[in-house]
Design a protein around this ligand. Structure first.
Ligand SMILES: Nc1ncnc2c1ncn2[C@@H]1O[C@H](COP(=O)(O)OP(=O)(O)OP(=O)(O)O)[C@@H](O)[C@H]1O
Length: 440
């Protein structure tokens, strides 16, 4: 179950507006031969919000069946798009989902019959190439039980195929909703695994920059499954405080990033605070239909523990969140310190074992139905969607509200929703050359 919003991608320069729009239109057109109308496509990416799968009267297994049928209907077309060198080795089984520049399919290794996922990335457009390069740069370097593992890569001029371990256990929040029982102890189990990944990634100088529940997948459906951090398309290598590009998913973006200050891997720790808050309540700490107001409340660090199930949540759990949602990144818990927080170390042993499940899933469902009624595609918008192209507008055409945001020293929400092109403007603001190649 997604709890996110459309992504904020690294900023493009004013000059690149036109080329970016053109390349995105071209990219979208390139997909018009796909099997279904645009509206349906958006649903595919996040099935939790699709009309049929959304039906509250359907049980999880019926929803799963609908999802599988939808996926199977699409297999032949995707097979056609795969390079023979890839299909010679892997049998394409089903489409799992799609991202801004990618398709993810379930495959089987022809010789071993072992299942894998293949992420096929379109790299003709510079934005796709950049996202792909970022993801590859990280995946080729990492090996950790809680980070998705790259198995092999096939590179072609137009497409790159990443063979990944297949995660079949679903997204973090889907599991919370489907299990029927959820306590603080369960929350700490998930947090421990995310933290293990973050300690590892941060020790390598890798900042994920788009940490959110949708990018946290369980390896298998069993209760003892590993939780995997996925989607490194926005990740960056950097020494501390050298990152500058604003990107991520609005509700999870750290205040220092919104204020255009140089930032570090501490932005992932802020996102972890947001995830912990969602995990324990089914609500988000910072939420507003207006992106300007959302960003304002983030930079003010204004949130509360009001409403259900917060009265049943321990003070220690709240303390953990309070130490992550700290405005000053220098005093925010690091991953190393967060694993030693008493709530995490004891796995909430001293907290009540209250079942928070009912309130959490109720809140998540309410949020899902609110966002689908507000804007059917809001949770699934990608930069290739037509709706997103509408956001690529020059500053002078922006509504007054956003101009006020600029006056407040925040990034401008509309301009922030841009395809992943290099942030030339960022360099004007920050003349110091960034150490990270994606930033520089
Ligand atoms: N290794 C994997 N195993 C199983 N499912 C996966 C795997 N990798 C990605 N997915 C799923 O495939 C879908 C597309 O993922 P992908 O990372 O390409 O894009 P995204 O993160 O959804 O979107 P964006 O490109 O905008 O970041 C998602 O639903 C994701 O959960």
């Amino acid at each position: 179950m997604g709890c996110g919003n459309s992504k904020v991608l690294p900023e493009a320069s004013k000059k690149s507006y036109v080329s970016v729009v053109q390349s995105l239109v071209a990219f979208s057109k390139g997909h018009e031969d796909d099997d279904e109308p645009k509206k349906q496509k958006k649903k595919q990416k996040n099935p939790s919000f699709s009309a049929s799968v959304d039906n509250p009267h359907l049980g999880p297994s019926s929803k799963q069946q609908i999802k599988q049928r939808q996926e199977w209907n699409k297999v032949p077309r995707y097979k056609d798009k795969f390079e023979p060198r890839v299909t010679a080795r892997y049998d394409i089984k089903a489409l799992i989902g799609r991202g801004s520049f990618s398709r993810v399919v379930r495959v089987e290794h022809r010789a071993t019959r072992q299942p894998f996922a293949i992420k096929m990335m379109e790299v003709e457009a510079p934005e796709g190439r950049e996202v792909c390069d970022s993801e590859l740069a990280v995946l080729q370097r990492v090996s950790h039980a809680n980070v998705i593992q790259l198995v092999e890569v096939f590179q072609f001029p137009q497409r790159v195929y990443m063979v990944l371990e297949l995660a079949t256990g679903g997204e973090l929040l889907d599991r919370v909703v489907s299990r029927g029982h959820f306590t603080e102890r369960d929350a700490t189990q998930a947090i421990q695994m995310i933290l293990a990944a973050l300690v590892y990634l941060h020790s390598l100088g890798i900042t994920h920059r788009d940490l959110k529940p949708e990018n946290l997948l369980y390896y298998h459906p069993g209760a003892d499954s590993r939780l995997l951090v996925t989607d490194f398309g926005l990740s960056a290598f950097a020494k501390s405080w050298s990152l500058r590009t604003t990107c991520g998913t609005p509700e999870y973006i750290a205040p220092e990033m919104l204020l255009r200050r140089p930032y570090s891997c501490a932005v992932d720790m802020w996102a972890l605070g947001v995830i912990a808050y969602i995990l324990l309540s089914g609500t988000v700490p910072f939420e507003d239909d207006s992106r300007t107001r959302l960003y304002r409340s983030i930079v003010r660090g204004k949130y509360s523990f009001r409403g259900n199930p917060w009265p049943s949540v321990s003070n220690l759990a709240k303390d953990f969140i309070l130490r992550l949602l700290v405005l000053d990144p220098a005093t925010r818990l690091t991953a190393e310190k967060a694993v030693r927080h008493p709530w995490v170390v004891t796995m909430a042993a001293n907290s009540s074992m209250t079942n928070l499940h009912r309130s959490i899933s109720q809140n998540l469902r309410q949020r899902a139905s609110r966002s689908s009624s507000r804007c059917p595609s809001s949770s699934t918008t990608s930069s290739t969607d037509a709706s997103s192209l509408g956001r690529l507008m020059p500053p002078e055409t922006k509504p007054k509200q956003q101009q006020q945001g600029r006056a407040a020293g925040l990034i401008q929400p509309q301009r922030a929703i841009q395809p992943r092109a290099r942030g030339h403007k960022e360099h004007q603001h920050h003349p110091t050359k960034a150490l990270d190649s994606r930033e520089g």
